[in-house]
Design a protein around this ligand. Structure first.
Ligand SMILES: Nc1ncnc2c1ncn2[C@@H]1O[C@H](COP(=O)(O)OP(=O)(O)OP(=O)(O)O)[C@@H](O)[C@H]1O
Ligand SMILES: [Mg+2]
Length: 600
């Protein structure tokens, strides 16, 4: 059976918990405040009516003072009640927004880390922020306004027919025509045109951001005209859609709407002229004049009231976007966390017939990969670019989970371990290390929060970072990324190695740790690595084969499959992919040496 789609506002209100009732109280109070707010105008009108009735013997108007006091009481009461209403809606709104944030963050914490490689990490957080702050504004302000507007609309209808139904009907006609005109702009097939127009606006703003972001690349490749094309296209598309909607759809209804609301008088005047003679004949001309005065003023405020109603309708749209954004966050995949975690025995790492396919990809990045690394051994993953090395390594700390087969640590499937235990057992040095915009000390201490300053310094020294600290004025307290302090690729890798050394986890996963280092850095990095790898189970990915020669086992990955595995000597004699890679590597080294000799 199809589940009935729930109203978005009530979906959001579920997050208010026990504060939900405050929202309802707030809405009722806001409605009362709005009614109270209109009463002083009626009092004023009553004063005018009395004065006209007794004119010119003003002293006969005895009720004037009473009306004045009442007007004041109503106005003041209205303000106080409105204040209380906002207090209630705000309290509930804050609670709801904070619950939405908490729930979303909890979900994101369980999302596999690998997910954030393909989905910019800030994106979902922004979505969550947007959903929460929209909900807050919606519940705190818009809903209160909406309920006030509804109350105002009802009061308006009552007032319209209270004094003279004929003139009331004239004013009502104006309102009716305006409502029909407004809904024709937003209903039926025009709604889809409006959506198209709004989404073209989104596309344009995205294309604008893309364009600005791409400027450095564009300049380097001198592609100005080409890159501007997409942005220009988006702008043109937007103006076409905007014109189609505003000129094609809105022009007539909006013209009618403005005419009748701003000039509601044109409905009122003929009616008044029509009924005036009979009123004079009946001798109730004074009442007629005062009623007419009332409706003349009333017709002038119709436009403001209707505009408010139109504005309040936007609240439903806001709730829809908030719910859609929140759902986007909640739809991010999560890692399943076991209820009965098993304790790994020892530090072996084993891949048992592991296959893995990235979401949305047609072919597997890994297929039927099996290998074993005993505790304390070093295994090197090598192979051509795109072979699946990084993918294989990232299954160990559960950046992703294997689609088929099992990755085991100490004989236990990583899925069956407590995530905290897993994280404490594995240190990961990424292909592109991320240093945070904080001091070097804190950047390293992330690996082990309770480490002392001395321990951090020792780790930095072991990671050969002495030269980095020495050249910085504030040493280890220098904040990275400020005052022109940026570290080179090789330097960043050494700081990242210090992190891993400080963590002192028994299993170390290194992804291309020597990738973009200059010779000087490389020597230092090699030294740091040997400290880090001492007595550890190591899974190492390296492009420079010199670093993998000493490994206990070399796994050659090509196209996601293990094509060869064994020790360096065995593989060299195997005449397979590895021996070819080794040959190429040696040629490159020779070429480098002879080139440097020529320079001399
Ligand atoms: N986040 C991802 N989403 C989709 N496909 C991916 C993702 N990361 C990698 N791939 C694909 O998976 C395959 C294996 O990639 P992987 O990064 O594991 O290769 P690699 O051996 O580490 O390459 P390199 O030596 O260049 O680092 C490639 O075809 C790649 O395009
Ligand atoms: Mg890689």
């Amino acid at each position: 059976m199809k589940e009935k789609k729930r109203n978005e506002i009530s979906v959001l209100l579920d997050y208010a918990g026990s504060y939900k009732v405050l929202t309802y109280v707030g809405l009722v109070l806001s409605a009362i405040a709005m009614v109270l707010g209109t009463l002083p105008y009626i009092c004023i009108w009553l004063v005018v009516r009395d004065l006209i009735a007794v004119a010119p013997q003003w002293t006969k108007a005895t009720e004037v003072t009473r009306y004045g006091v009442l007007a004041f009481v109503f106005a003041f009461g209205g303000i106080i009640v409105y204040f209380a209403a906002l207090m209630c809606t705000h309290l509930s709104a804050f609670r709801t927004a904070s619950n939405i944030r908490k729930k979303g963050m909890k979900h994101l914490m369980k999302t596999p880390l690998g997910f954030f490689d393909t989905h910019a990490s800030g994106y979902l957080r922004n979505r969550l922020d947007g959903a929460a702050s929209d909900t807050e504004t919606l519940l705190a302000h818009n809903m209160a306004d909406m309920s006030g507007t509804i109350a105002m609309f009802i009061t308006m209808l009552v007032l319209m027919f209270m004094f003279d139904w004929r003139m009331g009907a004239a004013c009502f006609m104006a309102a009716l025509v305006s409502i029909i005109a407004m809904s024709s702009m937003m209903g039926g097939k025009n709604a889809s045109l409006m959506m198209e127009y709004q989404s073209a606006q989104d596309v344009m703003s995205k294309a604008g951001t893309e364009y600005v972001r791409g400027i450095p690349v564009v300049k380097v490749f001198q592609q100005t005209v080409y890159s501007f094309k997409a942005f220009k296209q988006a702008i043109e598309d937007y103006s076409a859609k905007a014109e189609k909607y505003t000129v094609g759809v809105c022009q007539m209804p909006q013209a009618v709407n403005l005419t009748v609301t701003e000039g509601a008088f044109i409905f009122l005047a003929p009616v008044a002229i029509f009924i005036a003679p009979s009123e004079i004949r009946n001798g109730s001309f004074a009442t007629f004049i005062t009623n007419f005065a009332f409706y003349a003023v009333f017709s002038a405020i119709i436009s403001t009231a209707l505009a408010k109603i139109m504005f309040a309708a936007g609240g439903t749209m806001m709730a829809q976007t908030a719910v859609a954004r929140f759902n986007e966050v909640m739809n991010a995949p999560v890692l399943e966390i076991t209820d009965n975690p098993k304790e790994p025995q020892g530090n072996t790492v084993e891949f048992k017939d592991v296959s893995f396919t990235y979401e949305g990809s047609g072919s597997p990045a890994l297929s039927h990969v099996s290998f074993k690394v005993k505790g304390g051994q070093t295994v090197a993953l090598v192979g051509p670019s795109g072979g699946g090395k990084t993918t294989a390594a990232s299954l160990i700390p559960r950046f992703w989970d294997a689609t088929e087969g099992a990755v085991e640590i100490g004989g236990v499937n990583v899925k069956d371990t407590d995530p905290h235990v897993l994280m404490s057992r594995v240190a990961f040095v990424f292909q592109n290390n991320r240093l945070f915009k904080t001091s070097i000390l804190e950047n390293v201490r992330i690996a082990r929060r309770q480490a002392t300053r001395e321990e951090v310094l020792a780790a930095l020294e072991a990671a050969q970072c002495k030269d980095i600290l020495e050249k910085l004025e504030k040493g280890v307290d220098t904040v990275i990324g400020t005052e022109g302090t940026y570290l080179s690729g090789g330097e960043q890798q050494r700081v990242a190695l210090a992190r891993a050394i400080l963590k002192d986890a028994p299993i170390v996963v290194l992804d291309e740790a020597t990738a973009f280092a200059d010779p000087e850095n490389e020597v230092l990095i090699q030294k740091a690595l040997s400290t880090l790898m001492k007595d550890k189970t190591v899974i190492m990915i390296a492009h420079r084969l010199s670093t993998v020669v000493g490994a206990d086992r070399i796994i050659v990955l090509d196209n996601g499959e293990v094509v060869e595995q064994g020790k360096h000597e065995e593989l060299v004699n195997n005449n397979g992919l590895y021996s070819k890679m080794w040959e190429d590597y040696n040629k490159a080294v020779k070429w480098k040496i002879s080139a440097s000799e020529e320079v001399r």
